[in-house]
Design a protein around this ligand. Structure first.
Ligand SMILES: Cc1cc2nc3c(=O)[nH]c(=O)nc-3n(C[C@H](O)[C@H](O)[C@H](O)COP(=O)(O)OP(=O)(O)OC[C@H]3O[C@@H](n4cnc5c(N)ncnc54)[C@H](O)[C@@H]3O)c2cc1C
Length: 397
């Protein structure tokens, strides 16, 4: 069986749904949203304790749309009455958006391949062997399903944090735990485990917990800093930070795990290490449809479109322009209107007036200088990072 649509969106997370709403504003309604599982599934799989680190606040009416909203006229803060929603709460917000706007999402449809036929239509094959055709495709599959293990030999012996559903599941295990990776997910794991009374060893390439980069994609969020400070105060001495521990091997020796760095340092752990090593690009499974440079896909600046396969767009956290990552909702949503404009204008539909609200509220960001010139006015005096052994002192002072 073959079904035709004007636009197929693959993925019903915030990126796919946000693009669907921007297209709707332009009158593009023949849109099919396909999801391997269902609306907001990635968020539903977060550990129970994990919360969005970007804060929500219902400031929309003053022109400052809630940072976690996927459209200019909705607010997770207003809907959920919380500042840092859990994954389940945020999925609830996404489902409410789908219901309110009557978006049509087909759940349980996993896309296996995307190809172009001789008429320049996209032919999408799903896991059950069915095909669908569309004139445009927006790929919005997110990164959560593609854990990255950074070339660590024996990574299968560890536990990637994306597979943890509840940190309480570790309560009854040995007291010492080891985390590999010191960015947001790593620090989140540390805080959850240390507040259970564990002794936590954090191994990291650099010391991202002490970075002072003006781009929040490269340094810890204020929310995480606050939580870490509280954890350090309440559990003094229970977190050991190891910087420059570039781990490339995990071995099981008897009941113990050996975690070995490129420099040959061996760390011992009685428990499987938790890998907080990030995620692969969302474009891995359709990589041949994109041009790549230095391991990163290239997106057109006009429309976040593939430069190799016109008509194929990407929305979501793997987006990057001019070396800047658009990995937060408030960053990649700034391009929803841009993608909608490209599709609407090619269909001969008006987009300027329909997208004026999206432009006004930061969902139509054309000027990429705004994002690539992300300098805060005030440099932190101590841009020099504190030494690791001083970290607790530095962060608590
Ligand atoms: C641990 C973690 C914490 C984060 N915290 C924040 C935060 O606090 N604030 C913030 O702004 N961002 C945060 N992010 C960034 C986050 O990735 C995005 O905000 C968001 O999840 C990405 O949205 P998405 O719609 O691109 O992907 P997802 O929400 O992952 O949705 C993608 C959907 O695509 C579906 N899918 C995947 N493959 C296929 C396929 N082949 N066929 C059909 N369907 C498919 C999946 O089932 C899924 O429902 C975090 C990310 C992670 C991993």
């Amino acid at each position: 069986m073959q079904t035709d649509s004007t636009v197929i969106i693959v993925g019903a997370g915030p990126a796919g749904l946000g693009c669907a709403l921007a297209l709707r504003a332009c009158g593009v309604t023949d849109v099919s949203i396909l999801d391997a599982q269902g609306v907001g599934t990635s968020f539903e799989r977060w550990p129970a304790q994990m919360r969005l680190l970007t804060p929500s606040f219902h400031s929309n009416s003053f022109g400052f749309t809630d940072l976690n909203a996927i459209s200019p006229d909705t607010s997770p803060a207003d809907f959920l009455h919380t500042q840092h929603p859990t994954g389940k709460q945020y999925a609830h917000y996404l489902k409410a958006v789908v219901y309110h706007y009557q978006l049509f999402v087909e759940s349980g449809v996993r896309v296996k391949t995307v190809e172009r036929d001789s008429h320049q239509f996209f032919v999408i094959t799903t896991q059950d062997g069915l095909t669908r055709r569309a004139r445009f495709v927006i790929w919005a599959t997110g990164e959560f399903g593609q854990p990255k293990t950074n070339g660590i030999r024996g990574a299968y012996l560890g536990i990637h944090n994306s597979t943890v559903r509840d940190w309480d599941d570790f309560k009854s295990g040995p007291n010492k735990m080891t985390i590999i990776g010191g960015y947001e997910s790593g620090i989140d794991a540390v805080i959850n485990l240390v507040t259970q009374g564990k002794e936590v060893h954090l191994l990291s390439r650099g010391q991202p917990w002490a970075n002072d980069d003006p781009d929040p994609s490269r340094s810890l969020s204020p929310h995480t800093h606050d939580r870490l400070k509280t954890a350090l105060l309440e559990t003094f001495g229970s977190i050991q930070f190891y910087q420059n521990a570039d781990i490339n091997r995990i071995r099981k020796v008897g009941d113990d795990y050996e975690i070995i760095s490129t420099e040959g340092t061996c760390f011992h752990s009685p428990t499987a290490p938790i890998l907080c090593t990030g995620f692969e690009s969302a474009l891995q499974s359709i990589q041949s449809l994109w041009e790549w440079r230095d391991g990163y896909p290239i997106f057109s600046e006009e429309a976040d479109e593939s430069t190799r396969t016109p008509g194929l767009f990407y929305s979501g956290p793997s987006l990057q322009h001019r070396g800047m990552q658009f990995c937060f909702i408030y960053k990649y949503r700034s391009r929803f209107g841009i993608i909608a404009r490209a599709i609407a204008s090619r269909l001969g539909l008006p987009w300027k007036e329909p997208l004026s609200l999206w432009r006004k509220h930061g969902f139509f960001q054309e000027d990429l200088n705004c994002c690539s010139d992300c300098q805060c006015a005030i440099d932190h005096e101590e841009t020099e990072n504190p030494e690791v052994h001083d970290y607790e002192k530095a962060v608590l002072s």
